[in-house]
Write a protein that binds this ligand. Structure first.
Ligand SMILES: Cc1cc2nc3c(=O)[nH]c(=O)nc-3n(C[C@H](O)[C@H](O)[C@H](O)COP(=O)(O)OP(=O)(O)OC[C@H]3O[C@@H](n4cnc5c(N)ncnc54)[C@H](O)[C@@H]3O)c2cc1C
Length: 458
């Protein structure tokens, strides 16, 4: 066994920057990676999905140009779309590999697992280190649907290998992956059905967000089947047959988008005294440390919110902790986006979440169709809602649905982090005509309500 200074398992969003930084400090660092460097974000998640949506939304916008006086016939070449997607993915993965190489990190291209003594073994090599960081991410969770395992279903692992556009597609799951990829395929020309066992899409968001999304997706021709768990799947003669309730559907491609499961089984972490919870996530302290001293876990494998920026930020927090600083895993203002059209942008707490947590809240909402930018550009879908604490006026969250709403979510994350109040936000000026210019106006609406309630309370 060779002794080094640090071992990172997984060349993903948290592991790579940590490895290069430690190597830059002159430490001997080994990274184990069983797939391609870059993790799920680069190889099957953010990068390919957004490159794919760039094409799909271009097609969707072109189709929706008639009210603006633009008439065009859209013909999508899925082969070309996916060739571009794969080229971008490969370029970024190659960039990650170069970064590790240039930093002097030793990459072992193998699946890693713990030995009972706490060393790491993989690819017939064994290393020991005083610092071990697990960043093994997650993979698609495949539900136990009868017959599914015997069919050539798609997931976000292999959809990028499609060469031709399927005429009819079914997606199981109306979370963000099912919606982004489902809408993408519909906008490129497939007939898309989304099967959701619950009663609305994007169930992590408020019912109003789900309603706006459902309407927009229906305009793209997508059929959403609510309360429709798929119970049986069969595949014969290049056709999938799905049974849901008392109905049977036939499609040419089936996308399984029913969530993700952590990549922790292959680690044999129990052997080294590391505990794993019922959902398969590695149990960590507030400072990312596992039950075994000196072994840390970050990102999705540790049950952190499943976003690239979270895994990346976990690395920065862990670095500070390792340097003796007082960071924690769980005190971030969480923000994220869904890249459908309209987009969903979230920062901090939704109104429902804030109330469930016991905050006395004040909130104000403006519909996108009232905004000058939206009227001029012909966008009508969505709304912006700001949520604040009633006593202090401090911002707690923002729910944004609309064109490029992801960009605006970022503004709110920063404002919430800084403890900004409605009164402060209401005084700022934003560029006209942008969606952002409505934000101070919404803040003023909420602030007026807040002051009125204070007066009522005497
Ligand atoms: C379709 C899709 C779209 C997404 N879109 C977005 C988005 O728009 N924005 C966003 O923020 N997030 C998005 N995500 C989520 C994002 O990709 C993940 O949250 C992020 O990559 C998690 O980073 P991580 O560091 O936890 O793990 P990863 O980056 O996945 O890295 C884990 C690495 O560990 C390796 N590994 C696993 N087990 C072992 C082992 N035993 N030995 C060696 N190597 C191992 C894996 O091969 C992988 O390379 C998307 C995900 C998907 C699937």
């Amino acid at each position: 066994m060779e002794q080094v200074d640090a071992i990172i398992i997984g060349a993903g969003q948290g592991g790579v920057p940590l490895a290069t930084e430690l190597a830059g400090q002159g430490k001997r660092v080994v990274v184990f990676e069983r797939d391609r460097p870059g993790g799920s974000c680069v190889n099957r998640g953010c990068t390919p999905s957004k490159a794919f949506l760039a094409a799909a939304h271009t097609a969707g916008r072109a189709r929706q140009g008639k009210p603006l006086g633009i008439h065009c016939e859209v013909r999508a070449d899925l082969g070309a779309v996916m060739t571009r997607v794969r080229a971008i993915r490969d370029q970024l993965a190659e960039g990650v590999a170069c970064k590790l190489n240039e930093a002097g990190v030793r990459v072992v291209a193998a699946e890693a697992s713990f030995t009972a003594g706490g060393a790491i073994h993989g690819g017939q090599q064994t290393f020991g280190a005083p610092l071990i960081v697990i960043d093994t991410g997650s993979r698609p969770k495949i539900p136990p649907i009868r017959g599914l395992a015997d069919t050539p279903y798609l997931t976000d692992d292999n959809i990028w290998d499609l060469r031709t556009l399927p005429d009819r597609v079914a997606a199981i799951g109306a979370g963000y992956i099912g919606l982004e990829l489902g809408q993408g395929l519909a906008r490129l020309g497939s007939e898309v059905h989304i099967f959701e066992r619950g009663d609305r899409v994007l169930s992590a968001e408020s019912a109003e967000v789900s309603a706006v999304l459902s309407e927009a997706l229906a305009r793209d021709g997508i059929r959403i089947h609510h309360n429709a768990p798929v119970e049986d799947v069969a595949y014969d003669n290049a056709v999938f047959t799905l049974d849901s309730g008392d109905k049977r559907w036939e499609v040419d491609a089936l996308l399984v988008a029913t969530g993700r499961t952590p990549n922790t089984d292959a680690l044999k972490a129990h052997a080294a005294g590391i505990t794993i919870d019922e959902s398969g996530h590695i149990e960590i302290s507030a400072q990312f440390e596992t039950a075994r001293p000196g072994v840390y876990a970050i990102g999705e494998a540790a049950g952190q919110p499943a976003f690239t920026h979270v895994a990346w930020e976990d690395y920065r927090r862990l670095r500070t902790i390792l340097e003796g600083g007082g960071r924690r895993r769980d005190d971030r203002v969480l923000g994220y986006a869904v890249f459908t059209e309209p987009q969903v942008g979230r920062a901090g707490l939704s109104l429902v979440q804030a109330q469930a947590l016991g905050y006395t809240t004040v909130s104000a909402k403006m519909n996108v169709k009232e905004m000058a930018r939206a009227i001029e550009w012909g966008h009508a879908d969505g709304f912006f809602r700001i949520v604040a604490e009633r006593d202090s006026g401090r911002l707690l969250g923002a729910e944004l649905v609309g064109y490029e709403a992801a960009e605006l979510a970022q503004l709110f994350i920063d404002l919430i982090e800084k403890g900004t109040t409605l009164e402060e936000l209401g005084q700022w000026q934003h560029v006209h005509p942008t969606y952002a210019e409505n934000v101070p106006a919404i803040a003023r609406m909420a602030e007026q309500q807040r002051l009125a309630r204070h007066q009522e309370d005497g």
